[in-house]
Ligand binder design. Structure first.
Ligand SMILES: [Zn+2]
Length: 236
């Protein structure tokens, strides 16, 4: 039960014990998100009152749900995203140089590699309270914006979905999300994107991604970025 033992439960364990319900078909991104949450989603069909048309819905999976059990998690999700962005900003400020100091993709990868090495040295006494986070950095680079224009760090120690890319690609409002990606933007990640993050990147219009290290995990196989041949390994 991640997130519970240190008393800083960001809702992860709570979410694991619940079933997401939805009346619409899930997008590729949403399906991957649910998978990373390790929670189950179900599509709910609301029964109509008319008793005499049973013949046309034999195929439908029906669920009887006590409405009292429903809980709207929109606010929780928003808070989790805000919290992730906040922690990510603090971590980047501490570990990476200013954006202006990273004009090229290579300069970001070099800085991120230094930061990753430094965090390995920190293991032990200097270990942070969220030490279980996998150390990953992500950035957006665009020549028209003059280089690296956004960075983020992984903060998934307390919430399984707050990968670096999620902290990077979920700005506070939709208007900002629409302006986030330029036609020449490259998504830079120190670890290959998982299915969830790749789907989000494609959803936002990312045409190219570059990663430093391959992710052998099952969640990084058959991603949307790989399927569209939009990702490649960066040789440092
Ligand atoms: Zn991911």
């Amino acid at each position: 039960m991640r997130g519970e033992s240190d008393g800083r439960n960001y809702g992860d364990a709570w979410m694991r014990r619940r079933v997401f319900t939805t009346a619409k078909a899930l997008t590729t991104f949403e399906r991957a998100l649910v998978k990373v949450c390790a929670t189950k989603a179900t599509t709910v069909r609301v029964d109509r009152d008319d008793d005499d048309d049973d013949d046309d819905d034999d195929d439908a999976v029906r669920s009887t749900i006590d409405v009292g059990e429903f809980e709207d998690v929109t606010d929780w999700a928003r808070r989790a995203v805000e919290r992730g962005a906040e922690e990510s900003r603090a971590r980047c400020r501490a570990a990476l140089p200013a954006l202006e100091a990273m004009p090229t993709e290579r300069s970001f990868f070099l800085a991120a590699s230094d930061a990753l090495e430094a965090s390995v040295d920190d293991e032990g006494e200097g270990r942070s309270r969220r030490g279980r986070d996998r150390k990953v950095f992500a950035a957006l680079h665009s020549p028209t914006r003059g280089g690296v224009y956004a960075v983020a760090a992984n903060t998934n120690g307390g919430n399984a979905v707050l990968h670096a890319e999620m902290n990077l690609l979920f700005p506070a409002d939709d208007a900002r999300a629409r302006r986030l990606i330029e036609p020449d933007t490259t998504l830079l990640v120190t670890l290959q994107c998982c299915r969830m993050c790749a789907a989000r990147a494609v959803e936002l219009g990312v045409r190219r991604a570059a990663y430093l290290r391959e992710d052998p995990g099952p969640l990084a196989s058959r991603t949307a970025l790989a399927a569209l041949a939009r990702e490649s390994r960066f040789d440092l």
